[in-house]
Design a protein around this ligand. Structure first.
Ligand code: BLA
Length: 501
């Protein structure tokens, strides 16, 4: 399936451009001026004039061939179930979807999506595709509230695969560090190997591509290798395709999919507090397209999942905060009574160490260190204090590797640090030991791209085979719950606000 990147005449690959990540982030995805060929596209301006049209528009609506640069016929809009006023009175990003419209006698029926944008509105047109059999209603009902998080994830990917018929469906979640991992998978094992549990580097889905998921309900690529079609432009500028699912596919991503053995791809965003939490990613080894009705049914499954996920995260947060309140009560109490680090540590050290999976704690108070457990030597603590200096304006700072983050600190008996800035120029340092970790990646994460002799000079990695990274010299990562606990600790150590007199 995959082809090797082009080499120079001596058979060598050119060097990888140093700024490859910037190259990825600066591709103007929304202004490609081209669409995928499974549909047709029009941009209509605020006066109702057609300013852009894909070159295949006449294949779907013959009467529009003559209308480029002219007003979109209002009777046709009426037959499509809308009016110019209706569309223009909506807000940018609003969509209206109409399935199975018979617009031209003797022509197949069409699905249409109208999307309001800042220039006016886009119309996307597709040949209708009726699902062979009626949708089983159990697929689109809300998920049972009694499912565990793992079962919920599994149920999501099973339902999406049952509905869409793709060969592999995955739930892909972004991590705090921008990388992502496959949390659940349902696949045809005769076609695809498993990606379950594998991690993928953040650069596989550049920020610029992730942002488009906040604007669009899905991304369908029915046949990645199919040549894109140009869009005619009255303005000399390409239309803004941020809201268009027909937008042509980035060449780097076409190569990426080919290297993965994927011909058709469909993905849906999972969103939490206005940011992209993850994606439902579907792969097919052969071309595959779906009609508007099936896509919107799949969207509603993902929405049900999204609601269940938010609910489960909210419950988890409440449980965590309750448990933190309980576990930090002794700390709150002793802190309200004394500033003496010995007293504080003698009451709280063991429970703080358990809470944070820590091997050692250090209190810095009145220019002196008080230690508990395994901690750096006094000399190293002085050095750490000096090196942390510029960072100490943040109330919270953490690293999984002091030696990597603070070159010059020298060898230490600990690896990770969470530093908390307490009231009265005190600090609490929570140390974690080195923990050997194995992270299993889809391909070598140190080489997410390879050089190639064409265009931008980069191409995605060829192999997505399991690649095991052995992490040494690092502590376990500080995750969201650790940060939440640390923030709680900070709050617990602050004097209560003065009561109004
Ligand atoms: C897009 N990359 C994507 C998308 C996914 C991935 C899901 C969204 C489009 C789609 O659904 O096909 C990545 N797909 C994955 C991952 C898994 C998967 C991680 O199934 C794991 C299971 N890609 C690169 C590099 C660049 C890059 C180095 O590897 C940068 C030059 C770019 N990826 C890139 C671009 C897009 C993309 C530009 C947007 C493609 C588009 O929508 O046109």
């Amino acid at each position: 399936m995959s082809s090797l990147p082009p080499k120079d005449s001596a058979g060598r690959l050119p060097p990888l451009p140093e700024n490859w990540a910037t190259i990825c982030e600066s591709e103007p995805l929304s202004f490609s001026g081209m669409i995928q060929p499974h549909g047709a596209l029009l941009q209509v301006d605020l006066t109702g004039r057609i300013t852009h049209a894909s070159t295949n528009i006449g294949d779907l609506i013959p009467e529009l061939t003559e209308h480029f640069g002219k007003r979109f016929p209002s009777d046709l809009l009426k037959r499509m179930g809308t009016t110019l006023d209706q569309i223009l009175s909506s807000s940018p990003g609003d969509r209206k979807e109409s399935a199975s419209m018979g617009l031209t006698a003797g022509f197949p029926s069409l699905d249409a999506v109208f999307i309001r944008n800042s220039e006016g509105f886009l119309i996307e047109l597709f040949l209708s595709r009726h699902s062979q059999s009626p949708l089983p209603p159990t697929l689109t009902t809300p998920f049972s509230r009694s499912l565990s998080p793992e079962d919920l994830n599994q149920e999501l990917v099973s339902r999406i695969r049952a509905l869409t018929g793709f060969d592999r469906v995955m739930l892909y979640a972004f991590r705090d560090d921008g990388d992502g991992e496959v949390l659940a998978e349902n696949r045809n094992p005769d076609i695809y190997g498993t990606y379950l549990g594998l991690r993928f580097p953040g650069s596989d889905i550049p920020k610029i591509a992730r942002e488009l998921y906040l604007k669009n309900p899905w991304r369908l690529i029915p046949h990645a290798p199919a040549p894109s079609l140009p869009i005619r432009s009255l303005t000399g500028r390409p239309p803004d395709l941020s809201f268009s699912d027909l937008r042509s596919v980035s060449p780097v991503h076409v190569a990426y999919l080919a290297n993965m053995g994927v011909v058709a791809s469909l993905s849906f965003p999972v969103i939490e507090t206005k940011s992209l939490w993850g994606l439902v990613a579907c792969h097919s080894r052969s071309p595959r397209t779906l009609g508007l009705e099936t896509l919107s049914a799949a969207r509603s499954i993902v929405k049900h999942y999204n609601m269940a996920l938010l609910q489960s995260h909210a419950e988890e947060r409440i449980r965590t905060i309750d448990s933190l309140d309980h576990r930090l009560a002794p700390f709150r109490e002793i802190f309200s009574k004394t500033e003496n680090p010995d007293d504080i540590l003698s009451v709280c050290a063991t429970s703080l160490a358990t809470l944070f999976n820590a091997c050692g704690l250090v209190f810095f108070h009145n220019h002196a260190f008080t230690s508990w457990g395994t901690t750096p030597s006094l000399q190293s603590l002085d050095k750490l204090h000096e090196l942390l200096g510029p960072r100490r304006s943040d109330p919270l700072w953490h690293t999984v590797s002091l030696t990597q983050s603070l070159p010059g600190i020298g060898p230490l008996p600990v690896a990770g640090l969470m530093a908390l800035k307490l009231p009265k120029n005190s600090e609490l340092w929570i140390f974690r030991p080195e923990t050997l970790q194995e992270v299993v990646w889809g391909g070598n994460p140190q080489k997410p791209v390879e050089s190639d002799a064409s265009g931008a000079g980069i191409s995605p990695r060829q192999s997505f085979e399991r690649w095991v990274e052995k992490r040494v010299g690092q502590s376990l990562p500080w995750d969201k719950l650790d940060t939440l606990a640390a923030l709680h600790l900070l709050r617990s150590s602050s004097p209560p606000p003065a009561s109004p007199s």
